[in-house]
Design a protein. Sequence first.
Length: 347
Amino acid sequence: MLDETVLAHYSKLHLGNSPSMWKFHMFLPVKPGTIPVTSGEGDTPLRPVRSFPHFRNIWVKDETRNPTGTFKDRGASLAVTRLSQLGVRKLVLASEGNAGCSFALYSQMARIRCRVYLPSDPNIAKVELSRKLGAKVTKVQGTISDAGRQAAKVAERTGEYNASTFVTPFRHDGKGTMALEICQQLGWRSPDYLVYPLGGGVGLVGMWKMFKILERIGWIRKKPRIIAVQPKGCAPIVDAFNNGRTDVSEWKSPNTIAKGLKIPKPLAGKWILKSLRESRGLALKVSDAETHEAMLNVAKRDGLLVEPSSATTFAAVPQLYGTGTIDRKDNVIVIATGSGLKTLDQF
């Protein structure tokens, strides 16, 4: 737990100019003076989006600039830092691919052995990068949920630390630093809307936690509304949210080009739904065809290479304006979570 009475004594001047997320160390569950396991993650640019010439005030938080090309590096950096402090020498996790790459990188830096369990149809580039960075990679028949169950069994049998999504308590705080950076980059204001591609939900929950803290300690005056986007072929959170449910049912036969969002039943479904409702948020679906078109569009107009999972947020923008959900004067941040360099076969 973060002690907000302590945080309230900090000034924005204490942040310094560190070119990484670790300038916000006081918001993270680490002791003062911690030497982080870092590769320069975070401090990613916030820049205008030109892909929608009829709409103004749209900005992209470009997480493709992280060391392995995704926002997963934020969570991995914090988790491995804390695990190293706690004396953990072996870890396992389930991943669609990107988290495996991130944990492989930071585990190697900390000399922690890393094992990654992937669903049966992973992206080949992500598999190879994880292996090149020293992780042992195992494919599991089925979905990411099956890979998660296998990782849990291995952790229970061997005593290795399970660093999977919402099993370890550290990853969401690392990703929450995106909210801190966005507010700082906007002159300590929050956007009106934040558009987020929802898979496991770690980033959404982490950012919402940080937005609430920033408001409580007086660094911002209001919080954004969060819009969660999922593919039509796997949208358990969207269906649960829009039907007023408090938990998530498992999505049967998930099928989408956005493999990073192919999470049939997010472990923290209740937490995700609670965060969305607290933010007075929204949840919507986009098709694979819309996702692919958006991926090509932002590459052509913005020079931004994103993977399909990340492109879902850009695909949602015309729908949001077309239905009047977002007004043209609203300040909108789209999170570009992952680089398309690992998914060039899908362009």
